[in-house]
Design a protein around this ligand. Sequence first.
Ligand code: HEC
Length: 150
Amino acid sequence: MPLRRIALALTLAACTESPSPGDDARADPRNAAKVALGAKVYAQHCAACHGARLEGQPNWRIRLPNGRLPAPPHDDSGHTWHHSDQLLFGITKRGLVPPYAPAGYESDMPAFGGKLSEDEIWAVLAYIKSRWTQEVLPLRAEMTRNARKR
Ligand code: HEC
C-alpha cells in the first residue's frame, strides 16, 4: 500500500474511534469556538516568539550566544506535535521547569500560569493543533501512545 493510503487508513480509524491517547478533549481542534479563542490568545501571547504563522524563530535549532534555544515552530516543521496535550499544557502553564526540563535549565519560554486561565491555555493548544496536517497527525498518534504513563 502506498504511504499516503496507509496514512489515510490510519486517519479514518482515528476518526471513528476515540481520539489518540495523546489527545485531551479540552484541546479539541474541531471545536471552532475554542480554536477562535486560541487564535486570539496565540496572536497576543505567543506569536512574538513562535511566529505569526507558527513558523518559529530563524535557525531555531541553533543555540543563541547566551546558550539558550530560540523559539521553535509550532507547525508541522517543529517538534511540538511530538508531545501529548498534557505535556504541552504543562510546559505552557509552568514553563520549562522539572519534570519538563532538567532542574536549573535556562530558557526564554515564559510560564503562562499567572497570565492565562487554564481554559485559555487549552484553547491556544486547540488552535495550534488545528494547524497540524495529515502529514504529522497519524505519526503523532503513534508517538504519544504511551503519553498517559507520564
Ligand atoms: C518570550 C518568547 C516566548 C513566548 C512569548 C512564548 N514562547 Fe514558547 N518557547 C520559547 C522558547 C525560546 C522555547 C524553546 C525553549 C527551549 O527549548 O529551551 C519555547 C518552547 C515552547 C514549547 C515547547 C515546544 C516543543 O516543541 O517542545 C511550547 C509548547 C511552547 N513554547 C508554547 C508556547 C505558547 C502556547 C505560547 C503562548 C501562550 C508561548 N510558547 C510563548 C519562547 C517563547
